[in-house]
Write a protein that binds this ligand. Structure first.
Ligand SMILES: Nc1ncnc2c1ncn2[C@@H]1O[C@H](COP(=O)(O)OP(=O)(O)O)[C@@H](O)[C@H]1O
Ligand SMILES: [Mg+2]
Length: 163
């Protein structure tokens, strides 16, 4: 069981895909060093809001070389990175949350593992709760990116963004 915490929220404005990638890269660079936690990030927002763009920035900054494929059809792509194993999920095409069991997620729910989950709302009731919930919204002239930390690990992480 998790200790209850008071969530904290940070809001960013992104005027380009490069900005959103940059925020993903900043999140990777501020990930608490040596973290052995199992960390879960929900990415929610409409199609085209920038969820994959943010994940790509994160994965590149975490040292992934080569292409970052959108897991639109495979639902899951896993990467060995400098920050540990990163599972990038896209649940847009999930028909039944029971399919999540078949992806072998159980083997990725381990210390030193981090999940970035697009369309996490489709796995509601089946996914672990988020440490950080990223909500992307397309607004006039910019995309708004709200980061909400919901656990001690998430708070420690987002507080490091100021550093
Ligand atoms: N501020 C922005 N942040 C992210 N993407 C942007 C932004 N402005 C324009 N774009 C474009 O919007 C698209 C976002 O796509 P993607 O990251 O795949 O979205 P999602 O995964 O949320 O469906 C890309 O084509 C990107 O170039
Ligand atoms: Mg996407």
């Amino acid at each position: 069981m998790r200790e209850p915490v008071a969530p904290i929220t940070k809001v960013f404005r992104s005027v380009s895909a490069a900005d959103t990638e940059g925020l993903g890269a900043t999140l990777a660079s501020r990930y608490p060093p040596g973290s052995q936690s199992f960390t879960v990030v929900y990415l929610t927002g409409d199609l085209g809001a920038g969820k994959t763009t943010l994940a790509r920035g994160f994965l590149h900054a975490a040292g992934t070389t080569g292409p970052i494929r959108s897991p639109t059809y495979t639902l899951l792509e896993a990467y060995e990175t400098a920050l540990g194993t990163v599972a990038h999920l896209d649940l847009y095409r999930l028909r039944d949350p029971a399919e999540l069991d078949q992806l072998g997620l159980r083997d990725l729910a381990l210390p030193g593992h981090l999940w970035l989950i697009e369309w996490a709302e489709k796995g509601q009731g089946w996914l672990p709760p988020p440490d950080v919930h990223v909500r992307l919204t397309v607004r006039e002239g910019a995309h708004e990116i709200e980061l909400q930390a919901l656990s001690a690990v998430g708070i420690a992480w987002l507080e490091r963004l100021n550093a």
